[in-house]
Write a protein that binds this ligand. Structure first.
Ligand code: OGA
Ligand code: NI
Length: 353
């Protein structure tokens, strides 16, 4: 990009200046601050996938179902993604964020419809307060449609990220099958609703922050995905809302955090909820997190599974295309509105559609 003279990315602002105070556009109004002293520590269920295809499958599926229903979040171990694949992904992501700003600005865009883009905060076109985060967002399935857009610097980026994406996809598909079964649906029911399927990945970089009480890495939000598979480094920052209270979920080595996204909430007709979560920052260490968002393709029609719609539990949502949802998601400010409200059958403004 040409013509950009001042710092765009947060990492470069933080590393080029001695920042002792938060620049004013990062400061949340008093009522929206994280209140870090009120956050408790809690663990979410840790599920061992080692025997997912063994004789105890139904037991593991049940555990997954309970975690989806009661928490909307769980961790998995023995997930089959090689440690080396994870380590390579983390290293290449770290190296990426250490590149000079001008190098990272080559993929800069504030247009959320771009399939590969570097940026800062979350959605700078919509938001009124900025978030303490830089990111690189990549579409990654089908891989051959997007890989030519990805950065070539660091030199190993494409190889390592592609290897990671393939593994994360397999894990997501296994979990989606297990979740489908846990709802009493055919194992492949959910996977068949996703059209050609889609997958995005974000590389989130949260620099150290001089006043973490006043801002967020990401404010409370729900994910647009069917499910999200989150890889993070060893620095805490993720918090999950449970029973009206924020809990910190600390990283456990060699596990992934899995959470239910909005599309699964709809397909399950509200049996499984997409839960509010947020990323907070700290004054000492930078933090890296890499969510994989497993999603339908834009033309896929998403709606409550007919088998989960009964007289007692009527359809909570109308059918919509994932493309329609996606446009809505990027047209609102994160944390200000609940994107799914627009698709509820009880919303009278939907009756003409
Ligand atoms: C996200 C997200 C959490 C984290 O990118 O959607 O929730 O810990 N990230 O970075
Ligand atoms: Ni999220």
């Amino acid at each position: 990009m040409t013509g950009i003279s001042k710092t765009v990315m947060l990492r470069d602002l933080v590393s080029s200046n001695k920042i002792h105070e938060l620049p004013s556009h990062y400061i949340r109004p008093i009522t929206q601050r994280p209140n870090l002293q009120d956050v408790s520590r809690d663990s979410i269920p840790l599920i061992d996938l080692h025997d997912l295809y063994g004789p105890t499958r139904s037991h593991i599926v049940q555990k997954i179902g309970r975690a989806c229903r009661d928490y909307g979040f769980f961790q998995v171990k023995n997930h089959g993604v090689p440690e080396s694949t994870i380590a390579n992904m983390i290293h290449t992501a770290r190296d990426y964020f250490r590149l000079p700003e001008e190098e990272r600005l080559k993929s800069y865009s504030d247009d959320p419809t771009k399939t590969t883009r570097a940026g800062t905060s979350f959605n700078v076109r919509k938001e009124t307060v900025a978030n303490w985060r830089d990111f690189l967002r990549l579409h990654c399935y089908p891989l051959q449609d997007y890989i030519h857009e990805w950065p070539t610097n660091p030199a190993s980026f494409r190889d390592h990220a592609a290897e990671y994406c393939r593994s994360a996809r397999w894990l997501a598909l296994e979990l989606i099958e297990a979740i489908s079964e846990s709802l009493g649906l055919d194992r492949d029911y959910i996977s068949r609703q996703l059209g050609k399927h889609g997958q995005h990945m974000a590389l989130n970089y949260y620099p150290p922050c001089p006043q973490p009480d006043l801002t967020y890495g990401l404010p409370g939000h729900k994910d647009l995905s069917l499910i999200t598979v989150l890889l993070q480094d060893e620095v805490p920052g993720l918090q999950v809302l449970r029973n009206g209270h924020w809990f910190a979920v600390d990283p456990v080595p060699n596990t992934f955090i899995i959470n239910i996204g909005d599309q699964m909430q709809v397909l399950s007709n509200d049996r499984y909820k997409s839960v509010l979560h947020r990323a907070v920052v700290n004054c000492e260490k930078d933090r890296l997190s890499i969510p994989t968002f497993y999603v339908p393709s834009p033309d896929a029609v998403i709606g409550p599974a007919p088998a989960l719609v009964t007289d007692d539990e009527p359809a909570v949502y109308r059918n919509f295309t994932y493309g329609e949802y996606y446009d809505k998601f990027w047209s609102i400010e994160l944390a200000k509105e609940d994107c799914l409200d627009m698709f509820k059958t009880s919303d009278l403004s939907n009756s003409a559609i």
